[in-house]
Design a protein around this ligand. Structure first.
Ligand SMILES: Nc1ncnc2c1ncn2[C@@H]1O[C@H](COP(=O)(O)OP(=O)(O)O)[C@@H](O)[C@H]1O
Ligand SMILES: [Mg+2]
Length: 224
């Protein structure tokens, strides 16, 4: 089982949105079974999952001090991918989450404030010796800031070649416990998420080869 964590000190960078979307897209791409973990006490991912009708991806409860054990159990249960949401902070908790991850995805909005805020997360991931990649989120068509942000982030690590654009479908779909791939299949947003997963999958394949996994059950009534 591979473990991807979305982390960024800046709030509203898109961590929770992208964890849900990447989890569902990985199932669509047969990279599962996928299990989601919410390590943010605000529990937005858990609330979204509880409002969801489709059974996949699964959701597991996260107790921070037992994260390594939890991940070990999920691996034994046969999950192929664990996608973890984290709080908008630099804290010992975030450190524990990053420490058990194979790959850290740092979402960043193309703005000077967001770029500056990403620095602390970058430093933490580097200090823990974990692989990191960036994804530009909330981009605007034709905005030079997106290109500038890509250039700045590229100096620190790989950046997903496709940016996630600012589009109301990302929020709308999640109201109903869904994602853009389920609410508007084949649309522009669905293609962006597909490209994001393909990028992440390629990075994981280079560093964390996949092993065979068995199917498992899901839990309802999740909380963070
Ligand atoms: N690409 C996007 N386009 C439009 N709205 C977005 C996009 N990404 C995130 N959002 C919205 O921005 C807000 C913050 O996103 P969220 O995923 O909760 O960020 P974080 O978990 O990093 O704090 C939410 O209301 C979400 O619906
Ligand atoms: Mg969040």
């Amino acid at each position: 089982m591979r473990v991807i964590t979305f982390a960024c000190q800046k709030g509203a960078a898109g961590k929770t949105t992208l964890v849900g979307h990447v989890g569902v897209q990985a199932e669509i791409a047969s990279a599962g079974p996928v299990v989601l973990l919410d390590t943010d006490q605000q529990g937005a991912l858990a609330e979204w999952w509880n409002s969801r009708q489709p059974e996949q991806p699964a959701f597991a409860h996260a107790v921070i001090d037992q994260l390594a054990e939890t991940v070990g159990q999920l691996r034994e249960m046969g999950f192929g991918l664990c996608v973890i949401d984290s709080a908008s902070a630099i804290s010992p908790t975030i450190e524990q989450v990053i420490a058990i991850s194979d790959l850290v995805v740092i979402p960043c909005r193309p703005s000077p404030h967001d770029l500056r805020a990403a620095t602390k997360t970058i430093d933490l991931v580097d200090r823990l010796g974990k692989q990191k990649v960036f994804v530009l989120n909330g981009a605007t068509e034709g905005d030079r800031l997106t290109d500038e942000a890509r250039a700045v982030l590229s100096e620190a690590g790989p950046v997903c070649p496709v940016a996630i654009y600012n589009h109301p479908d990302y929020a709308d779909s999640m109201f109903d416990g869904l994602t853009v791939m389920e609410a508007a299949p084949g649309g522009e947003c669905a293609r962006e998420i597909e490209a994001l997963w393909n990028f992440l999958s390629g990075v994981l394949d280079q560093t964390t080869p996949r092993v065979a996994d068995a199917p498992i059950t899901t839990q309802r009534g999740a909380s963070a």
